[in-house]
Design a protein around this ligand. Sequence first.
Ligand code: SF4
Ligand code: SF4
Ligand code: SF4
Length: 260
Amino acid sequence: MKPKVAFFDFAGCEGCQLAVLNCEDVLLDILGLVDIVEFREAISETAPRFDVAFIEGSIHREEDVERLRGIRARSTYLVALGACACIGNVQARSNFIAPAENFKRVYGEVDRNQAQTDPEFWPLWAHTRVRAVKEIVPVDFELRGCPMVPAEFVHLVKALVSGSIPHFPANAVCVECKANENECAFDRGETCMGQITYGGCGAICVTNGYRCDGCRGVLPHANLAAHRQLLREKGLSDALIQNRYRLFCSAEPLGQEIRR
Ligand code: SF4
Ligand code: SF4
Ligand code: SF4
């Protein structure tokens, strides 16, 4: 019996599911190892139970909470797929804006009474607070990043199929950045989130000439006080530092320290 695998999307851009479909070089091998029984982007079938459920997207509405709990109850393993599911991602910045102001920023000066009866506006009426998946149900594994890293997806599937536990080292992005012999963003007079961010992406943004903005989330053992102080010394105001910290991690359940 091949393990049954399902994919579900909540609030996200579906880029992580696309990244799965783009694993062209290994996709056929993976399909030989598992039965994909639900995957809205690829098939129309549904299934009552699964061995592994991949959850893409953050959780915004009470109906999403119920749906997520239902999926958890039907799954042996549950995997958070990508930054939206793991840490809330950029949409969680709306947690810091009052709902009425949030509505206005998205739709402008729309009559709120009219909007209440118009389906076009329902997503924001139903919006409560952006949450990461682990804030609502237990998560067995996290595939971090925006989008998730295909090599980590393949590693996880192979491990689960072979009965072993996938391993994602909790190294900072700096480790891979140094291995790639990149010039440090700080040496270029810029700032970077790499010191406090989960590696696993190969420091791809720095390697391609940018900096790390922290899409894989904050390491649990990161020295945030030292990192903040470093950013201050490089001339960033406290408000700008707060923005940088909140960019991807506003729903990160690790605690207020990251969001303040
Ligand atoms: S993590 Fe990024 S790529 Fe994946 S669904 Fe969210 S926004 Fe899209
Ligand atoms: S550029 Fe960023 S990720 Fe690379 S070594 Fe410097 S701080 Fe670390
Ligand atoms: S370098 Fe940073 S921002 Fe870029 S993918 Fe890696 S963790 Fe995300």
